[in-house]
Ligand binder design. Structure first.
Ligand code: IPM
Ligand code: MG
Length: 369
């Protein structure tokens, strides 16, 4: 396997608002290089629809190998109506799924934190969301996203059948559960595992493996099992009951969008996708905002870059061993929100509306102080 090259960061802006938000992160990385004497080596390339337009593939081998050898990938977003009718294998999303699968990024961390400055931006009552701090750990390389057989097949009487398969092995469940338990130990010591063990065998296995691992290694962590539909409901009813939620690929996709909205805007939620550490302690990783490519607002300079900036902050913490710089960046984001600056998605009365690049500049100005 290709060796990870220290301090090398690959930017893959992708489609829609991806390039706009990643550009703000680029400015921040350059600021860290200049002002904190860090030696990040930056590279940038095409992915998703942007790569398809040029090379007729959503990710070239060259870019894929670059992703394999860098220490962290920062991805913007992929997809959009322009590429919707392409053959499945050519769709922009395939690039993202290939990166996740081939880099073995099985644990996707999606924190949902409601910033005190943005309590009003949530559609829920302030007392329900203020102080909210949940970590969703989504399994990212298994389940129905990747299970075989899959496809669309002709069947009798001129009909067709769409097939996807939901599978999990014990090992796949155990390794992501381990990540969740370890995170909980550093937080509020509670894990809620979500499945549909009442209807799916793979869900039953999920529940059994998590229970077994808990009994073996994590007795001191509070573990609760919840059916995924109930979890969707509880997230709206009383989200503060959760600390760490661990769930499969599909439920994690859905529940993390829901959790995002509790915090006011999808434009604020970062994510980290992590693999296992190798024997030298190196880790493959990719960081992306939870929001998508938002083609409706692309190119207008109004997208919120905070989710991507906070994703880079997660990179500083989880991949680059720069906890201090990560906190510094988080604080700068807080300060800008304290100062009343808001992009369009989180604007409220009495606050100042700023563009994507003004938001990035303001965060850099706070770092500077
Ligand atoms: C996400 C996205 C992706 C997913 C899409 C773009 C393939 O919704 O990261 O949550 O479904 O995983
Ligand atoms: Mg999603």
């Amino acid at each position: 396997m290709i060796k990870v090259k220290k301090r090398k960061i690959l930017l893959l802006p992708g489609d829609g608002i991806g390039p706009e938000v990643v550009n703000e992160v680029k400015k921040i990385i350059e600021w860290f290089n200049k002002n904190r004497s860090l030696d990040f080596e930056l590279d940038q390339d095409l992915v998703g629809g942007a790569a398809y337009d040029k090379f007729k593939t959503p990710i070239t081998d060259e870019v894929f190998f670059k992703a394999l050898e860098c220490e962290a990938v920062i991805l913007g977003a992929v997809g959009g109506p322009k590429w919707e009718n392409l053959d499945f294998s050519k769709k922009p999303e395939r690039a993202l799924l290939k990166l996740r699968k081939e880099l073995k990024l099985f644990a996707n961390l999606r924190p949902a934190i409601c910033f005190k400055q943005l309590v009003e931006a949530s559609s829920l009552k302030p007392e329900i969301v203020s102080g909210l701090d949940i970590m969703i750990v989504r399994e990212l390389t298994g389940g129905i996203y990747f299970g075989e057989p899959r496809g669309i097949k002709p069947i009798d009487n001129g009909e067709r059948k769409g097939i996807n398969t939901h599978t999990y092995t014990s090992k796949e469940i155990e390794r992501v559960a381990k990540v969740a338990f370890e995170l909980a130990k550093k937080r509020n010591n509670k894990v809620t595992s979500c499945d549909k063990s009442n209807v799916m065998e793979a869900g039953q296995l999920w529940k059994e493996e998590i229970t077994a691992l808990h009994k073996k290694d994590y007795k001191d962590v509070n573990l609760e099992h919840m059916l995924a539909d109930n979890c969707a409901m509880q997230l709206l009813r009383n989200p503060k009951q959760f600390d760490v939620i661990v769930t499969d690929n599909l439920f994690g996709d859905i529940l993390s969008d829901e959790a995002a909205m509790l915090t006011g805007s999808l434009g604020l939620l970062p994510s980290a996708s992590l693999g296992a550490k190798d024997k030298d302690g190196n880790l493959r990783s990719m960081y992306e905002p939870v929001h998508g490519s938002a083609p409706d607002i692309a190119g207008k300079g109004i997208a919120n870059p905070i989710a991507t900036i906070l994703s880079f902050s997660m990179a500083l913490k989880y991949s680059l061993n720069l906890d201090k710089e990560s906190t510094e960046l988080d604080n700068a984001v807080q300060k800008v929100l304290d100062d009343g600056l808001r992009t369009k998605d989180i604007i409220s009365e009495g606050k100042k509306e700023v563009s994507t690049s003004m938001m990035g500049d303001a965060i850099i100005a706070c770092l500077q102080k």
